[in-house]
Design a protein around this ligand. Structure first.
Ligand code: G3H
Length: 238
């Protein structure tokens, strides 16, 4: 599975153009694809992706269904515009917006209640890796974030130091972390962090990489397509 995370990019015209380009380039892809777009553009993108294999996702939600929560968007709302996936606990939300594991857990439960498939992001900072704390950090996140949750949640391993930095994690680093996560929960584990057309084949060749969560390179349909094609080639689904 390959997921685009557009983050806070594109105006309305740009988003629809990017969605249309992805549809043109990738409507015959064999792997599962999802585009997690800014909420404003979801409804129009749903129309664009309808009758294709490209699914729609959001980048965040609030855990209550509705109420006096100015500026927030709920799982119920996302579902009503055709979302099937939602990213939860991205490190940018944890670091910039102060989301803690308790909030992430509530968000995951709300997504599941409304039949959205959550993509839970976990990962360590550079200093945590340098202090050999990677596995302790991941275990702490997984235990707290997934408390009381048995339903299927997709996990994205996103080392914070690799996000948007051009510093991609090494295959052996990814392999051992994905192995650790899969011992904790039997589910798909995606890798995220500077995945691009140049490194996609190498990263895809890591046996327990089940896909990617792609930020920057997903803004360009050609680059996104190259990542998808490399993944299909490495996994023998081309
Ligand atoms: O959600 C995506 C990740 O944060 C990776 O972003 P990036 O591909 O721009 O490094």
């Amino acid at each position: 599975m390959i997921v685009a995370n557009w983050k806070m990019h594109f105006d309305a015209k740009g988003a629809i153009e990017a969605g249309c380009s992805i549809k043109t380039e990738l409507s015959s892809a064999k792997v599962e694809l999802a585009v997690c777009a800014p909420c404003l553009y979801l409804k129009e993108l749903f129309e664009c992706f309808k009758d294709t294999n490209i699914k729609l996702g959001a980048q965040n939600l609030y855990f209550e269904d509705e109420g006096a929560y100015t500026g927030e968007i709920s799982a119920m709302m996302l579902k009503s515009v055709g979302c099937e996936y939602v990213i939860i606990g991205h490190s940018e939300r944890r670091q910039i917006f102060g989301e803690d594991d308790e909030l992430v857990n509530k968000k995951l439960k709300s997504a599941i209640k409304h039949l959205l498939v959550p993509i839970l992001c976990v990962g360590e900072s550079l200093s945590q890796r340098q202090n050999n704390e990677t596995f302790a950090v991941l275990e702490n996140q997984l235990v707290k974030d997934l408390q009381g949750i048995k339903e299927s949640v997709i996990i994205a391993y996103e080392p914070i130091w690799a996000i948007g930095s051009g510093k991609v994690a090494q295959p052996d680093q990814i392999f051992e972390v994905h192995e650790f996560i899969k011992k904790f929960i039997d589910t798909k584990v995606l890798y995220g962090g500077s995945a691009n057309p140049q490194n996609a084949l190498t990263l895809s060749s890591v046996a327990n990489v089940d896909g990617f969560l792609v930020g920057g390179a997903s803004l360009d349909a050609q680059k996104f397509k190259e990542i998808v094609l490399s993944f299909e080639k490495a996994k023998g689904v081309a």
